[in-house]
Design a protein around this ligand. Structure first.
Ligand code: TRP
Length: 376
């Protein structure tokens, strides 16, 4: 891999991502100032993630907003691949989805792709991915989603709905398209090649449920965009509207450049981590600090490469003025890493304490969220 190269696919994210370049590479649209204004006008407020370009790109968002303005029925669709525990990076698009739902009142279909993670991860059994799906649901519920307008679809458990519709998609998807979009090769197992058909189905369901063409917005991390290029190409041919997309950036790892990886336990903070674990991980985080304290006081730190600063930006300092103040102080050498880390650990632990309590309470409510199969 050449220097400055980066890879973003649904199965691999590596290197230092240039998001401007990614917009060009993927052919998506940037969320510019005019669009931010429109969102603010429609919803009455702007989420800090949009303000800070953490939510930065889209496809056909304007059409979705138009449908919202005309009070047409609209849906949200997002998902999670249950390959392990949820970490803070996974929470970014989920929290943003919650905000979108609060703003629009839209029903959310939430897909758990236990089939995907079984097919793509050598080491995971069907039982393990299904168990993770139920575990991950607790985190979603803890974010405040309500069963009245939030439905969890599990691919293997809702096969009665999912399978027939995925067939319709698969029939229109050629091997050469799948290879071109996902980079599959001859040694790729055929289940993996089929899988994208399953990820398309929830974009069709709102139209079936409502009995008329119904718009869907898919909030997702940008690495999922390739799936929805397939979706947007195929489902209009089957009589369904093209879904709109809104993309988030990947939350950086605590240890190095690149996204948090669920496989590197140290690079991410899990929603179930104890206070002690959080303190330890934050203490070891990669920062934009200098070799010595003296140097840092004189020359300042570099917030642009500092993972502790990134955590404030992505998650733990929602007030943008306060964020700027914090980052400036760091840049000028007025705030040192120790202080920054201590404050971050405090905020993470405060958040997790509440989240973990809600997460435990969610166990008894889980059943109410499960999608009931429909006749397709
Ligand atoms: N494939 C996604 C993952 O690995 C899960 C997913 C399914 C998803 N449907 C989605 C993510 C819709 C975002 C939007 O995590």
């Amino acid at each position: 891999m050449a220097e400055n190269e980066f890879v973003v696919t649904p199965w691999e994210v590596s290197g230092e991502i240039d998001y401007e370049k990614l917009i060009t590479r993927f052919g998506t649209q940037k969320i510019d100032d005019a669009l931010k204004e429109r969102i603010k006008k429609d919803f009455g407020e702007l989420h800090f993630m949009i303000e800070r370009d953490l939510i930065f790109s889209h496809r056909d968002l304007i059409e979705y907003l138009e449908a919202f303005e005309k009070k047409e029925p609209i849906y949200l669709y997002t998902g999670r691949g249950p390959s392990g525990k949820i970490h803070l990076g996974h929470m970014i698009p989920l929290m943003f989805t919650k905000w979108l739902q609060d703003m629009t009142g839209a029903t959310l279909l939430f897909q758990f792709t236990d089939d995907e993670k079984f097919l793509f991860k050598d080491k995971l059994s069907r039982k393990e991915t299904l168990d993770y799906a139920y575990e991950n649901m607790l985190d979603v519920i803890a974010l405040g989603f309500k069963p009245e307008n939030t439905k969890f679809i599990i691919d293997t458990q809702n096969a009665k709905t999912m399978y027939p519709l995925s067939l319709e998609v698969a029939k229109k998807l050629t091997l050469s398209t799948a290879k071109a979009v996902f980079g599959f090769e001859n040694h790729t197992n055929v289940g993996s090649i089929y899988f994208t058909s399953m990820q398309t189905v929830p974009a069709m369901l709102p139209t079936i449920i409502e009995g008329k063409p119904t718009r869907v917005l898919i909030p997702c991390a940008i690495d999922q965009d390739p799936h929805f290029r397939v979706t947007r190409d195929i489902i209009p041919k089957l009589g369904y509207p093209k879904p709109a997309l809104i993309h988030s950036k990947m939350m950086p790892s605590l240890r190095v450049a690149g996204k948090m990886s669920a496989s590197d336990e140290e690079s991410a903070i899990y929603t179930t981590d104890s206070e002690e674990t959080v303190n330890k991980k934050v203490a070891r985080a990669f920062t934009g600090g200098r070799a010595t304290l003296e140097e840092q006081k004189k020359l300042g730190g570099n917030p642009d490469i500092c993972s502790v600063c990134a955590y404030f930006k992505f998650f733990f300092e929602p007030n943008t003025q306060k964020l700027e103040k914090r980052l400036n102080a760091y840049r000028k050498g007025k705030v040192m890493d120790g202080e920054n880390k201590q404050e971050l650990a405090k905020r993470i632990n405060k958040f997790l304490k509440q989240h973990q309590a809600k997460r435990e309470k969610a166990r008894s409510k889980l059943k109410k969220y499960l999608f009931k199969d429909i006749v397709v």
